[in-house]
Design a protein around this ligand. Sequence first.
Ligand SMILES: Cc1cc2nc3c(=O)[nH]c(=O)nc-3n(C[C@H](O)[C@H](O)[C@H](O)COP(=O)(O)OP(=O)(O)OC[C@H]3O[C@@H](n4cnc5c(N)ncnc54)[C@H](O)[C@@H]3O)c2cc1C
Length: 402
Amino acid sequence: MSQVNRVVIAGAGIGGLCTALALAKQGIQVVVCEQAPSLGEVGAGLQMSPNALKVLRQLGLEADLSHFAFVPQHAAIRDYKSGEYYLKSPLGTLAEARYGAPYWHLHRADLHRVLADSCKRAGVELILKAAVTGYREDPERNQVFLCLDDGREFGADLLIGADGIRSKVREQMLGQEQPRFMGQVAWRGVIPVSDLTVAVKPDACVWAGPGRHFVSYYLRGGDYVNFVAVEERSDWQSESWREEGDVEELKRAFAGWHPEVSDLLNAASSAFLWALNGRDALPTWHQGRAVLLGDACHPMLPFMAQGAAMAIEDAYVLAQCLSRYPLAEALTNYERVRKPRATQIQQLSKGNAGLYHMHGGVLGKMKLNALQAAARLAPRVIQSKLDAVYGYDVIAEFPPLQ
Ligand SMILES: Cc1cc2nc3c(=O)[nH]c(=O)nc-3n(C[C@H](O)[C@H](O)[C@H](O)COP(=O)(O)OP(=O)(O)OC[C@H]3O[C@@H](n4cnc5c(N)ncnc54)[C@H](O)[C@@H]3O)c2cc1C
């Protein structure tokens, strides 16, 4: 046992709340400090793959979340103009049978609300308007103190930095360094199905086009369609990393695309625009009594739809390590298990940009054609790539101690 009785967490995003819940269920006292004045999630939909669903199930959330889920039938990659399929891999009941948990689409707000309610029931203390500026260690008292901008401090045996890509905990641990603009921006929006005239297929669909791609999928039992429109850009003018985007600019950028895409964009009256940022692999994820988790230590391009899934896996592994080992050993083991997995998914995500954006002109189109041929002639090869991501079973790797 790590003898960690009290933990303080910076950030009440999906990673922070999952960790808080997992620890509270182990009888640990947990305080979460969130800078926002109210709980919630900015953004729209999330694809939740079976590897993450297994953790949410283990945390007792599957039944509550099932009311808000949509089950996609396929993971598809289609041509931006003709709609031709380069890939159509079954999800739905087949994914559940293959991976032992479903593949769902969830609205972020629904997942976040279910997590926050479960945290409160489990006795987690959630403190809002609590902007973290850093931390200090007190080795004499074997304590770490989380420091807020209003001068308050919260002492604990362990501090978890789940405060996202601009983590203050990371900054103090490893020094100031701005995240790197990855040369891509993403518009995101949600459209009520009642506003559409063209039926959208019930798939998790990537529409691949030159220099940009578009993702569409249903949410909330099929009442809404979520879209993410990604465009390559050489620079990002704004100070902010997300802002209200100009919908007309979005429509112009994707003009002439397939009718399923055009109809969605015609119905869009607003959309948020995000700069997609990243970081190089960090030299370490922990130091003394402080440890990082989720986007704070491994932000990734969203092109595998795995960033939140990785934060959820992190949460489970960190809680399990703390229940098995003394603190220093727990943190070392957590990083040892999680870093290779997160790094692999980061690289796969980056690689998909080239595929989805037809990099290299004719060559890019050839890559998609090769994928299409492989999916037809050697479906097992394609399947094995998805299996490595969705079939990963972190619960089997670390069965909960009784
Ligand atoms: C366009 C797009 C689509 C995506 N789609 C998917 C998908 O389909 N599936 C998937 O798994 N992932 C997806 N992701 C990735 C996913 O959104 C992130 O990886 C995930 O939200 C990271 O969670 P987190 O809790 O680590 O960080 P965050 O969500 O960034 O949460 C950090 C929290 O900390 C708080 N905070 C920050 N600084 C401070 C501070 N100083 N003091 C106190 N609180 C602070 C923030 O307010 C926030 O609440 C997508 C990302 C993008 C950009």
